[in-house]
Design a protein around this ligand. Sequence first.
Ligand SMILES: Cc1cc2nc3c(=O)[nH]c(=O)nc-3n(C[C@H](O)[C@H](O)[C@H](O)COP(=O)(O)OP(=O)(O)OC[C@H]3O[C@@H](n4cnc5c(N)ncnc54)[C@H](O)[C@@H]3O)c2cc1C
Length: 467
Amino acid sequence: MSEVQSPRRHRVVIVGSGFGGLFAAKELKRADAEVTVISRTAYHLFQPLLYQVATGVLSAGEVAPATREVLARQKNTRVLLGDVTAVDIERRVVTSRVAQRVTETPYDSLIVTAGSGQSYFGNEGFALYAPGMKSIDDALELRARIFGAFEMAELSSDPEEVRRLTTFVIVGAGATGVEMAGQIAELAHRTLRRDFRNIDPARSRILLLDGAPRILPAFREKTAEKAAARLKKIGVEIRTGAMVADMDGTSVTVRHEDGSVERVEASFKMWAAGVAASPLARMLGELAGADVDKAGRVAVNDDLTLPGHPEIFIVGDMAQLDLPGVAQVAIQGGKYAARTVKARLKGKELGKPFHYFDKGNLATVSRFSAVAEIGKLNFSGFIGWALWLGVHLVYLTGFKNRVTTLVHWTVSFVGRGRSERVITEQQEIGRVALAVLGAERDRLPGISATTPAAGGDAPDPEVRPVR
Ligand SMILES: Cc1cc2nc3c(=O)[nH]c(=O)nc-3n(C[C@H](O)[C@H](O)[C@H](O)COP(=O)(O)OP(=O)(O)OC[C@H]3O[C@@H](n4cnc5c(N)ncnc54)[C@H](O)[C@@H]3O)c2cc1C
């Protein structure tokens, strides 16, 4: 007696649970396919609000809900924790790792949205002294370093040391650098004003450095000028045409346009100056013989597919498109890739190239003040801020997060408080300690919930289909 076999469902693997990955997965909700999201983080990170985690306004959970909770009702989708280390584009298999557990996941369609990381432009040693801001860990480390600097200053009786501890240097004057500088100024001049006895936080120095001739290069010149004026008003010193030549634990050496060199005594440094695409972009580019640019982004066809591989889509920060590295490019790209897969499942092609619809550009400068560009229109001050608030609430994932975020914004912007001022030793030294441990970290017993297999199991057999 022969058994009737039902045909296997189409397998879509999505690498990454950021903007591109999450929106691609959601778009596939009703698709007749098995969808697997593989990500090195168990959460979906809303990067545009990381600076508020770093400055004590929001909690980590508010900007990073668990991906499996967000997708819990989506029955055709499963979520796997794993760092994708290889893609076999001939066998169509993705290999991922968590500690020593290796998982192989086969695919019929692959959507790769692994985003980008920090680039120190070849000065990797700077990372030790100047964390970037790309992850929750980074934001918590920055928070510990900012609040910790004020605590250490309070203990000091040496005015020079106090000055060094309360000098905050932010390298890179794009939106992230501007937002961080604005928030640290608010902390120093408003939030912490009455909290210390030995030091006056309002005497802190906040320096925003950039090698470019002006701040906010992604915005129009007039908009950037308004943001610069507001920053100066709240006490931020802006140095443009200023390149970081060196740094150590207590200082930054800056080379100015005129060739002069300045050494700034500062314990706190933050790097917001450059990005590099996930190394997966280069890896896929080399496998497919596709071009990879200086920022590590791989060339794609106009339907976001990898040249020669119509079944592989590259979305968001990893793709070499003549577009900015912003959330909307990833969101729209993720949706487009998913729609293409859905059309193919019906035996059709979408038949139109990826087209990006620019919804505008926003950056907050301080409480009740932001700059916004929507089409030809410019907004600044309170109207810009109201727009910023609305847009961020709409795009924040989950109703619960929207409500608690609104409460925390009221506490911080209407009042003076910061709800998230807890700092721990782990936050402050964890990243550097893990880097020192290197491969040894995988041998630590049960080091964290995100490394469930620490201890060394045999590689997993092929991941089984979703039911
Ligand atoms: C601090 C900051 C502020 C920003 N502010 C704004 C803003 O105000 N407006 C705006 O539009 N854009 C902003 N951006 C840019 C925006 O966040 C990115 O353009 C967007 O997140 C890109 O989406 P993506 O899906 O390509 O990558 P991401 O959202 O970065 O997602 C990448 C995903 O891939 C996972 N991953 C990475 N490597 C691997 C691997 N090897 N294996 C498995 N998983 C992997 C990550 O864990 C993550 O889940 C900001 C970025 C930062 C860092």
